[in-house]
Design a protein around this ligand. Structure first.
Ligand code: ADP
Ligand code: MG
Length: 267
């Protein structure tokens, strides 16, 4: 069974893109068939995979709006072993077009329908906003992965995201679950990070991934080489952490499965 995971948090710079690219590579290294969908007009995931975001040919825009089949727009990345649906600034135009459309929340779900059976995991890198692109991701997804940087304002905005998830559960996607909250850029020497990390555990319990993603310079450097950390420096702490996350994720899905409802709590 395919699992479609939206990686979402309307805060920018919390590690959504880093998580998408590195988790995709780690899942692929675990012999999972993976499609990464870059739904952010900034196209950072596309660049981080070594793809020219302004290349000729299909991008997420065409697939999202149904102008071309998604199968014709995706790319196979030989070195890293997963597929990418590239994204770029055209997605901003797609956002405008969607706003004027009927059933504007359903476009990504429809675009993915034709290829869904070809993958074990589809990861969607969301823009830093609760806009119609993110809503499309949440409607298409089975679960949401929420990267959280453990700092003072970490929980600010989480309530708005959880409210959006509840609204989508109540309308377009009853089965949407929170797959997990992921603590990113974690520095165990930082007391505040430890406090916020513990606070997340007490509010959200098992919905917090046990795997912690450390702050690691290799994770920050790898995108400028167009590679996931696993293919840039496979023994780096960052690469190892994302390998551990991939194992945890696969284990969770194979055992009890994710918690189906949104936990109470928040800010
Ligand atoms: P988002 O997609 O949520 O905006 P990014 O994944 O682009 O966040 O991360 C923001 C910045 O932080 C990027 O420059 C990225 O390279 C860097 N970064 C992300 N995760 C880590 C990490 N664990 N250690 C060090 N740098 C990181
Ligand atoms: Mg991003």
């Amino acid at each position: 069974m395919t699992r479609i995971i939206a990686v979402a948090n309307q805060k920018g710079g919390v590690g959504k893109t880093t998580t998408c690219v590195n988790l995709a590579a780690s899942l692929a290294a675990n012999k999972q068939r993976v499609l990464l969908v870059d739904l952010d007009p900034q196209g950072n995931a596309t660049v981080g995979c070594g793809v020219d975001k302004n290349r000729e040919g299909g991008v997420g825009y065409d697939a999202l709006l149904g102008e071309r089949p998604l199968a014709d727009c995706r790319m196979r990345l030989k070195e890293t072993g997963f597929d990418l649906l590239p994204g770029n600034g055209d997605l901003t135009a797609a956002e405008v077009a969607l706003m004027e459309s009927e059933q504007r929340e359903q476009y990504l779900r429809r675009a993915l329908a034709a290829v869904v059976g070809e993958y074990d995991y589809i990861l969607i890198d969301c823009p830093p906003s609760l806009n119609i692109l993110t809503v499309n991701a949440l409607v298409a997804a089975d679960g949401v992965l929420i990267p959280i940087q453990c700092e003072y304002y970490a929980l600010e905005g989480l309530t708005a995201l959880l409210d959006t998830i509840r609204r989508i559960q109540a309308s377009a996607n009853r089965d949407l679950s929170i797959d997990g909250l992921l603590r990113t850029m974690f520095d165990p020497r930082n007391n505040l990070a430890n406090q916020v990390g513990a606070q997340l555990r007490s509010h959200f319990d098992d919905q917090v991934y046990r795997t912690l993603i450390p702050r690691n310079v290799r994770l920050a450097e790898a995108p400028s080489h167009g590679l996931p950390a696993l293919h840039y420096d496979r023994s780096s702490r960052g690469a190892l952490a994302y390998m551990a996350l991939a194992s945890e994720l696969v284990r969770r899905h194979r055992s009890a499965g994710p918690v189906p409802t949104v936990a109470q709590g928040g800010d």
